[in-house]
Ligand binder design. Structure first.
Ligand SMILES: [Ca+2]
Ligand SMILES: [Ca+2]
Length: 166
């Protein structure tokens, strides 16, 4: 094992970036990041106080932690993984939602954030798993989650995290 590797692992992307080692779309899987790592785009729920704490899309990054962004009707968030998420055996993505309100959302995936595949079934419930096989994409980098209703006190689908299983 080289000397550099444990340093990069320990300090994560900050060191990788400052050292000029970061190449887009080429983060090695050894970084082990299994969760959405960046907010690529976000449209808040219309007509809701933009300062409301549940309108912070960064609450949907990283592992599930109980903190969420509320995706009401008309809103969406596009999240990016820092590594390629492959269509492996069985389901490939998990969405974590919090709330007893049965809020629903629509999920789409993309490798380039240009061409999207939106899954035909709305997601609902605390944990939803999705199989990229349906998208007919060998791998993806981006996941888009669209709110479709205003259920609950924090209106819409309360997204906590998105996890890659492979
Ligand atoms: Ca799969
Ligand atoms: Ca969260």
């Amino acid at each position: 094992m080289s000397i550099r590797r444990p340093i990069v692992r320990h300090f994560g992307f900050t060191i990788a970036l400052s050292a000029g080692l970061y190449v887009p779309n080429c983060i090695p899987t050894e970084f082990g990041d299994h969760h959405a790592a960046r907010v690529e785009a976000y449209l808040p729920t219309p007509f809701v106080d933009e300062d409301a704490r549940f309108l912070d899309p960064e609450q949907s990054l990283g592992p599930p932690d109980g903190r969420t962004v509320a995706l009401g009707a008309g809103s969406y968030v596009i999240l990016r993984f820092f590594r390629e998420v492959a269509d492996g055996p069985g389901d490939d993505l998990l969405l974590y939602e919090i709330g007893p309100d049965d809020a629903e959302a629509r999920v789409a995936v993309s490798v380039d954030s240009d061409l999207w595949y939106e899954f035909p079934d709305k997601v609902v419930g605390q944990v939803t798993s999705l199989d990229l096989k349906k998208a007919e994409m060998p791998s993806i980098f981006f996941v888009r989650i669209r709110g479709v209703d205003m259920a609950g006190h924090e209106p819409g689908y309360d997204l906590d995290a998105v996890e890659a299983l492979h």
